[in-house]
Design a protein around this ligand. Structure first.
Ligand code: 5MM
Length: 354
């Protein structure tokens, strides 16, 4: 079991590769489709995911895909299950196993992620269906009096319960404590909350006898609130994020794959790249763990924008998707440059050059 998990982790964090998060729940995919007036039918969701998963050359940049329960059971037009299709291309199928967030009793404005009831049996089924890794997302908000210590503890406890059950079932757990970007908070406040969150999460993991060597961490980058008057530069974000991770994440963890959290797609790539190309800050330029990506919006956004639900736009959607996958692959090795973007991204090139 442990050998198998180590093998899966090695594949997921292979050099120059990252993970596509395509595990949007019904409510989330409805929100993503809405601006394009795409009906969120089961068939449209299947066609959208098929476009992503059949993108030519994807396996060069993408090592794994996180699926939603329904997608894990769906098939491509050629009759192959999505799981079989991905596996045939050397891409590891994974699955979101949490049941989403609900209000945390006694903590107004905070949430707890549910889904522990019956999880052991569900993990068995997911394994049989071909999943090799799993994901559970906890959501932490920053605001007046938030996050509460109570919220950090209950979410860390649930994350650790999930992680222990995954390891028992031989599925690699991705541990995702997302600190939301919503708010007016500063970069410093974001740092404090990220550090406190990671400390609680790793304390809970240890107390629940989890093997740190057999999990992947999926954290947020340390960024100021989206409405903060003091936005941070690319280097500031990269340095704050790496400093925070170095303080809170044990070196035994075999890989860190960031979420994008609603950042502009190109900026998320630039942040990841800056972290992987910072010899001047932390010589030598080697971090204790590979730093890669497990993006949803920052990988899919431009593809969805090109596709717009139209069959004739599939090639354009796949081009846009492959392009972002390629740029993020380069960023995971610190060799991304804004020149890799289209001429249409000229403004961004100038912004990065400063
Ligand atoms: C794809 O979205 C994932 C599931 O969200 P819901 O359960 O709310 O539908 C989400 O966990 C996602 O994997 C991460 O947040 C990363 O996505 P971003 O867009 O932040 O990179």
């Amino acid at each position: 079991m442990q050998m198998a998990m180590a093998g899966t982790i090695g594949t997921l964090v292979a050099h120059g590769k990252g993970i596509l998060a395509a595990d949007e729940s019904q409510a989330t995919i409805r929100r993503r489709f809405e601006p394009y007036e795409i009906e969120p039918t089961t068939e449209n969701q299947r066609r959208y995911r098929q476009m992503l998963f059949t993108t030519p050359g994807l396996a060069e940049y993408i090592s794994g895909v996180i699926l939603y329960d329904e997608t894990l059971r769906q098939h491509a037009d050629d009759g192959r299950s999505f799981v079989a299709l991905l596996a045939a291309n050397g891409i590891v199928p994974g699955v979101k196993v949490d049941a989403g967030t609900r209000p945390l009793a006694g903590a107004p404005g905070e949430s707890i992620t549910e889904g522990l009831d019956g999880l052991r049996a569900r993990l068995e089924e997911y394994r049989t269906l071909g999943a090799r890794f799993a994901k559970w997302r906890a959501v932490i908000t920053i605001g007046d009096g938030r996050p509460s210590s109570y919220c950090l503890d209950t979410n860390s406890h649930a994350l650790a319960r999930y992680t222990a059950l995954c390891q028992e079932a031989g599925l690699v757990p991705i541990v995702e404590p997302e600190v939301l970007m919503d708010g007016t908070h500063s970069l410093e406040r974001s740092f404090e909350v990220a550090e406190a969150t990671l400390e609680r999460v790793f304390a809970a993991l240890r107390s629940q006898r989890v093997a740190l060597e057999h999990l992947l961490l999926k954290p947020s980058m340390v960024v100021p609130g989206v409405d903060s008057p003091d936005q941070a530069g690319i280097q500031d974000v990269a340095e704050a994020t790496v400093r925070c991770l170095r303080r809170a994440v044990p070196a035994a963890v075999p890989g860190i794959v960031f979420l994008s959290g609603g950042q502009d797609a190109l900026l998320a790539t630039a942040h990841l790249n800056a972290m992987n190309a910072m010899p001047a800050v932390h010589p030598p330029a080697v971090h204790p763990w590979p730093l890669s990506f497990s993006f949803a919006r920052a990988l899919q956004g431009p593809a969805l924008d090109a596709w717009r639900g139209e069959p004739r736009n599939v090639p354009a959607g796949q081009r846009a998707f492959r392009h972002r996958a390629r740029c993020n692959s380069a960023a995971s090795e610190g060799r991304y440059s804004p020149e890799m973007e289209d001429p249409a991204a000229g403004t961004f090139v100038e912004q990065v050059r400063g």
